[in-house]
Design a protein around this ligand. Structure first.
Ligand SMILES: NC(=O)c1ccc[n+]([C@@H]2O[C@H](COP(=O)([O-])OP(=O)(O)OC[C@H]3O[C@@H](n4cnc5c(N)ncnc54)[C@H](OP(=O)(O)O)[C@@H]3O)[C@@H](O)[C@H]2O)c1
Length: 228
C-alpha cells in the first residue's frame, strides 16, 4: 500500500448506506475493507483491487473476535460501523415485545461500541472511529415523538459514544457520530428526502474534513453539528 493511501473499514456494507459508502471511498482512491453477514451480490459486483470483503455479525462476539484476528495486519484511517436495524420502529414501545426492543438496543447501541472497542488497536494515529447514528438519537430535538425503540437505541448509541470517548480521552481518540439524512434505502423507505449518493457523498466529505479530530462530534451529512 502506498504510504499516502487512506484505508477505510466499513462495517455493514451489504446494501444501503454501507454499500454506498464503500463505493464513495473507492472513488476517492481509498482502500476499503467492507463487511457483510452473508454473501451480498451488490458488494460482489464492486470489482476493485483495493476492495477486501469480509464477513461479520456484530452481535456475535466470537464473529467479531475472529474478524479482529483475520485483520491483524490492517491499520485503518477510518473504522465506520454503519450496521443498524429498525425492527418494529413504527410501533409504540408498549406494543413491541421486550425481546425485540432489547435486540434493537443491542444491535444499534451495544454492538457498535463493543466493535470499536475491539478494533481501536487497528486505528492509525490521526484516524477516526465513526458510528452511524441518526438525528432521531438527539434527545433535545425530539419534538415529534415516534420511532420509539429505534430513537431510544440511537440516543443510547450517542450516550455510549460520548462515554467511550471520555474513557479514551488520554489517547485523543476521534469519534464521529453521524446522521446520514433521511435516505431512500430499505430502512428509510421510498418517501425519504435524499438518495444514497447524496448522503454518502456528504458523509465522505464530512469524514475527510474532520478526520482525526479528537473528541466526540455529532454531525449530519452536510457538516452541521447536531445538539445531543
Ligand atoms: N436510511 C435512513 O434514512 C437512515 C437515517 C438515519 C440513520 N440511518 C442509519 O444508517 C445505517 C444504515 O441504514 P440503511 O438505511 O442503509 O439500512 P439498510 O438498508 O436496512 O441496511 C442495514 C445494513 O446493516 C446491516 N446489519 C444489520 N444488522 C447487522 C448485524 N447484526 N451485524 C452486521 N450487519 C448488520 C445489514 O446487513 P444484512 O444485509 O445482512 O441485513 C445492512 O447491510 C443504520 O445504522 C441506520 O440506523 C439510516
Amino acid at each position: 500500500m502506498a504510504p499516502f493511501e487512506k484505508n477505510a473499514f466499513i462495517v455493514g456494507a451489504s446494501r444501503g448506506l454501507g454499500l454506498g459508502l464503500v463505493e464513495a471511498f473507492l472513488k476517492r482512491g481509498w482502500r476499503v475493507t467492507a463487511t457483510q453477514r452473508k454473501p451480498s451480490p451488490d458488494l460482489a459486483r464492486l470489482k476493485a483491487d483495493t476492495l477486501r470483503v469480509e464477513t461479520v455479525e456484530i452481535d456475535d462476539d466470537a464473529s467479531v473476535a475472529a474478524l479482529h484476528t483475520r485483520l491483524v495486519s490492517e491499520r485503518f484511517d477510518l473504522i465506520f460501523v454503519v450496521a443498524g436495524v429498525a425492527t418494529q420502529a413504527h410501533d409504540p414501545l408498549h406494543a413491541v415485545p421486550r425481546a425485540v426492543a432489547a435486540q434493537v438496543y443491542l444491535t444499534n447501541a451495544v454492538s457498535p461500541i463493543r466493535f470499536i472497542e475491539t478494533f481501536l488497536d487497528r486505528l492509525k494515529p490521526g484516524g477516526s472511529l465513526a458510528l452511524m447514528s441518526s438525528i432521531l438519537g438527539s434527545v433535545s430535538l425530539n419534538e415529534a415523538g415516534g420511532w420509539e425503540t429505534y430513537r431510544a437505541s440511537k440516543a443510547a448509541l450517542n450516550t455510549l459514544a460520548r462515554s467511550f470517548e471520555i474513557r479514551h480521552r488520554a489517547e485523543a481518540v476521534s469519534v464521529l457520530v453521524l446522521h446520514p439524512g433521511w435516505v431512500r434505502t430499505e430502512m428509510g423507505g421510498e418517501e425519504a428526502d435524499i438518495d444514497v449518493a447524496t448522503s454518502v457523498m456528504g458523509l465522505a466529505d464530512v469524514i475527510s474534513t474532520r478526520l482525526g479530530e479528537p473528541g466526540a462530534h455529532y454531525i449530519d451529512y452536510r457538516g452541521e453539528t447536531l445538539p445531543w
